[in-house]
Design a binder for this molecule. Structure first.
Ligand code: C2E
Ligand code: MG
Ligand code: MG
Ligand code: MG
Length: 288
């Protein structure tokens, strides 16, 4: 070891410190490696989108889908967005990745609409850093124009925590996006501490209840009150309310019972490859 601190720690026999430093170095190396590979992933076309259907609770019909990014490096297993989106966000790579997602989702939405003769809204996640980009609105406009997608068939999901700072300029951006004709949703609602006072000024169409309130509903009855309150709040502001992370028949029945509009979750379907999602759509068209 050339590093003198580590050398000293070794000399003084503080093995715990030595171990700790090694582990930190190891993690730092892994992270630098991930960052490096993430930079190349766009060029190498290693990203793809999966689609998770959204279900209207009363009719049981598929009423949309969320596009979720996947990273598939050649010859390796798929890497989940939970492990690379935060790094992409910190390094700024999210701006390029997010732009790719936007264009890809619009292109694929046009294909899906053509194939299945339905105008299904596709939701795209917009991260906090993307939301602060000054040219976000013009990028969304370009993605719509290039693909020819009906703006009503695109929805942007913005996490609640993006909306907490500098509310004035955020409302302006939301309004400009709304003027393009796209739908807007607040994602992970209930965990981001957006002020109730501002919520009424957000021109959004949907509240997406964070999955923490749904996933432990059976074990945590106090969530019943929270879920009811969010549904009532959303409806009183003329928003649709969708629950995510619905995994059980009990959760689905409960949400239907309290008037929640839509659901998304493993109980109905995991996020699917584009072709599998298309197959599901054509099967459900036959049924209806
Ligand atoms: P999110 O937008 O809140 O997406 C919901 C996540 O919950 C997805 O994880 C989805 O696969 C997962 N999920 C859906 N149903 C269930 C369920 O019943 N049970 C459980 N336990 N989980 C369920 P995923 O695909 O791993 O994405 C994680 C997060 O990464 C997303 O959370 C979103 O914040 C971010 N993300 C994904 N794709 C993109 C993207 O294209 N751009 C940006 N900026 N962020 C993305
Ligand atoms: Mg989302
Ligand atoms: Mg969410
Ligand atoms: Mg989330």
């Amino acid at each position: 070891y050339a590093d003198s601190a580590m050398y000293k720690s070794k000399q003084s026999g503080r093995n715990n410190f030595q171990f700790y430093t090694d582990e930190l170095n190891q993690r730092l190396m892994e992270r630098l490696d991930l960052e490096y590979r993430l930079r190349l992933a766009l060029e190498n076309e290693e990203f793809l989108l999966h689609y998770q259907p959204k279900l209207a609770l009363v009719s049981g019909a598929i009423c949309g889908a969320e596009a979720l990014i996947r990273w598939q490096p050649a010859g390796e297993s798929m890497i989940s967005p939970a492990s690379f989106i935060p790094i992409a966000e910190e390094t700024g790579l999210i701006e390029d990745i997010g732009l790719w997602v936007l264009h890809e989702a619009c292109r694929q939405a046009v294909k899906l609409n053509r194939l299945y003769g339905r105008e299904l809204p596709i939701a795209v996640n917009v991260s906090p850093r993307q939301f602060r980009q000054s040219d976000l609105v013009s990028m969304v406009r370009s993605a719509l124009l290039n693909s020819g997608l009906n703006p009503a068939c695109l929805e942007l999901e913005i996490t609640e925590s993006s909306l907490v700072h500098d509310t004035g300029s955020f409302i302006k951006t939301l309004q400009e996006l709304k003027n393009l004709g796209v739908g807007l949703a607040i994602d992970d609602f209930g965990t981001g501490y957006s002020s109730m006072a501002y919520l009424k000024d957000f021109p959004v169409d949907r509240l997406k209840i964070d999955q923490v309130f749904v996933s432990n509903l059976e074990a945590e009855p106090s969530n019943i009150a929270i879920l009811k309150a969010i549904v009532a709040l959303g409806h009183s502001l003329n928003m649709k309310v969708i629950a995510e992370g619905v995994e059980t028949a009990y959760q689905k029945a409960f949400l239907l019972g309290i008037g929640c509009d839509e659901m998304q979750g493993y109980h109905f379907s995991k996020p699917l490859h584009m072709d599998t999602f298309g197959k599901l759509l054509s099967d459900s068209c036959l049924k209806n």
